[in-house]
Each structure stands twice: as C-alpha cells, then as structure tokens.
Design a protein around this ligand. Structure first.
Ligand SMILES: Cc1cc2nc3c(=O)[nH]c(=O)nc-3n(C[C@H](O)[C@H](O)[C@H](O)COP(=O)(O)O)c2cc1C
Length: 351
C-alpha cells in the first residue's frame, strides 16, 4: 500500500518537526512521516483561544511550517512519505491544513508522486471533513490505542489501522492497554491491515509484531535518538541516560494535563503537570492555567537553549533500551538484519 522496501514506519512526532527525520528514514528504505506542528510561541495557544486577528496570524504561521515540511520531504526523500493530523476537537487548524495539503498535492508534482497517506490520530475518525482525504486519492489510516477504537476507525472507512500500546511515547489511552495484549487483539478484531508500535525498537520487536499478524512496525522514540532527528541533542542524551540514572525506575510517567494522557520523560515539568491535573480536578485552577503551562513547556523542549527540566519531553518506555545514537540507515539495516537472522533461526526450529 505504501510502496516501501522495509516494513518500518517512522511515527509522527508533532508538534516537533520531523522533516529531516522523515527524509532520512525514507532514504534508508523505511517510511517517513511529516508531523503536525503548532504555531510559534509568540502566537501562544492562539489557534484555540484568541481574537480573530491573532488566530489568523497563527493559522498562517502553522500553514507555512506544515506545507514547508511537506515540500521538504517531497523534494528530498527517495521514497514515499505520509503526514499526520491530530484530529482532536481542540485541533481547530486541521480542516484548514487539510485543504492546504490537498492543494499542494494537486499542484506540486513531487508531493503528488510521493505522498501516500494521511495518518489521523487522537480524535474521532468519523469526522466528515476527513472524507476528503480518500476522495483526493490518498490513503487514510487512523491510530488507535485499543480494540474499541480500532473497531470505530474501521467503521469510519479507514484503509488501515495503526495500533500503539501504553508503552508508547506521546498520547496513550486512558486505560493502560499494553502493546503485547492490544496488538494481537486488534488484529483479530478488524478486517484491515494493521501497523503496530509502542515500545518497539529492534529486529526482535519487528518479528514479534509480524508474528502477531501486523504488516509493519511504527517507531517514535527509537527514531528520536538518531543522528538525523532534528530534536534537541540534549533531549537525545536525556533519553539515553534515563535508565542509567535510576535503573530500578520507569524513566517515564503518564500525565493528564489538558491534552489527555501523555507519556513524558520524568522531569520537574512532568511532576508539576501531574500536580496541576489534581488541582484542576479540585477546581483550584482553571483549564486555561494548565493550557498555558503545558504549551510553554512544549515550546521549551523545542528550543536549543532553556532548562529542559521545565520542558515537555514526550518519550516512550523503550527509552530504557536506547543507549546509542545511530544513523537512521543503521537503525533500519540493523532491524532488518536482526529480524532476518531471528526468522531463519525460528524457521529451523519448525522443521
Ligand atoms: C515526542 C513525541 C511526539 C509525538 N507526537 C505525536 C503526534 O503529533 N501525533 C501522533 O499521532 N502521535 C504522536 N506521538 C506518538 C507516536 O506517533 C507513536 O505512536 C509512538 O511514538 C510509538 O511508541 P514509541 O515511542 O514507543 O515508539 C508522539 C510521540 C513522541 C515520542
């Protein structure tokens, strides 16, 4: 469906830019994804609460960033690529960004040739405006964290399901459905191709997901810690060092905030957010206070300077397995070599 050499998909990681990462993964024979950005800090949370003029500027800013990424990946990737939209109700920018994407798809030959799929996530798959994706001739996948959501996505007419378990970095389900249990159950429950992730980082993970019946793996955290990923280098070091600091502890924590449950690397910000969530529940602070706190932390984690202890560092539990920062080509080649060796070894057991 995606026209890729290897069944390895780089998961989108908005609001951070993943355009260089998408190019590197695509050029290594995997499938790269451009991510859904947020506007620059000066617009704050203007796409959500603001006057019309500020919101219009924020929309223009986010459009430039998103279309810039799409053009960059289309121009530089050897293979095909996809884009992600988080389609939660607070993402008022998505209908506008989708229209811009489809305009670009119609007018930019490189985009027309290489853009294959829009993977939607974090929201209702049956929203009407999403039908435009398939009408334009693109594939539409939807990311889900559970069987319930997979069935809902199938009913809405998507072409494939992406399922990620509770180990995953970024958004996770309210209920802790882990990859090992959720992936095989989703595969049994839907009649669609399934891509699986959440905690996958190597060739044994690929073989495990293929054994469950998945068609490909979906990796975010593994690809953060690579040479080409444009994330702040300090974040990569924090991830690599996370299991060394306290080997008996999970280095990540799921916090609620205003965006729903998100898995972060443990730091001062993550613990403060957990505390603020409790205060919000007790109505001691407003939702706007939490929005501001969370948005500021997201921008801080994007910047090169700044204290990352105050930044939102979304990251999966698989951080504990990442000790080196290879190139994307080394990641992809390493996974394929290990998976091939495992499959040959297992094949011998069966004869
Ligand atoms: C920093 C970060 C940002 C993410 N942002 C998004 C996003 O914007 N949209 C989305 O669908 N998933 C997002 N995710 C989730 C990933 O797409 C993917 O499901 C997850 O990373 C897979 O689990 P893993 O981190 O264990 O590989 C994000 C994950 C991380 C780590």
């Amino acid at each position: 469906m995606l026209g890729i050499e290897y069944p390895i998909i780089q998961a989108p990681m908005g609001p951070y830019d993943t355009k260089d990462l998408a190019v590197a993964v695509s050029n290594a024979g995997g499938f790269g994804m451009a991510s859904h950005p947020v506007p620059d800090p000066q617009y704050g949370i203007a796409t959500i609460i603001s006057d019309d003029e500020t919101r219009a500027k924020a929309y223009e800013n986010i459009k430039q960033k998103f279309i810039g990424s799409v053009r960059h990946v289309a121009a530089n990737a050897k293979g095909n690529f996809g884009v992600n939209f988080r389609v939660a109700t607070v993402q008022f920018d998505v209908p506008m960004l989708l229209d811009e994407l489809l305009k670009e798809y119609d007018t930019n030959p490189a985009v027309k040739k290489k853009l294959r799929v829009v993977i939607c996530s974090a929201g209702d798959p049956s929203q009407r405006y999403l039908r435009k994706i398939k009408d334009a001739g693109l594939l539409r996948f939807h990311t889900v964290p559970s069987v319930y959501h997979a069935k809902k996505a199938e009913k809405s007419g998507v072409d494939a399901i992406v399922v990620t378990g509770y180990e995953a970095g970024g958004h996770v389900a309210h209920e802790p459905f882990h990859t090992f249990v959720t992936v095989p159950e989703v595969i049994k429950s839907v009649n669609l191709p399934v891509i699986a992730g959440g905690g996958v980082c190597d060739g044994s993970g690929l073989v495990a997901m293929l054994a469950f019946g998945a068609q490909a793996i979906y990796m975010g955290t593994r690809f953060i810690v690579t040479k080409e990923c444009e994330f702040n280098d300090k974040v990569k070091v924090m991830i690599m060092e996370s299991s060394v600091k306290n080997p008996r502890e999970d280095p990540t924590i799921v916090t609620q905030g205003v965006y729903g449950p998100l898995r972060h690397l443990k730091n001062k910000f993550a613990f403060e957010l957990a505390e603020m969530t409790q205060k919000l529940k007790r109505k001691e602070i407003s939702i706007e206070d939490v929005y501001k706190f969370e948005s500021a932390a997201t921008y801080r984690a994007k910047g090169e300077e700044g204290n990352l202890d105050d930044g939102a560092i979304w990251c999966g539990q698989v951080a504990v397995r990442l000790h080196e920062k290879p190139s994307c080509k080394d990641v992809v080649d390493g996974i394929m070599a290990e998976a091939t060796e495992i499959m040959q070894r297992l094949g011998k057991l069966a004869t």
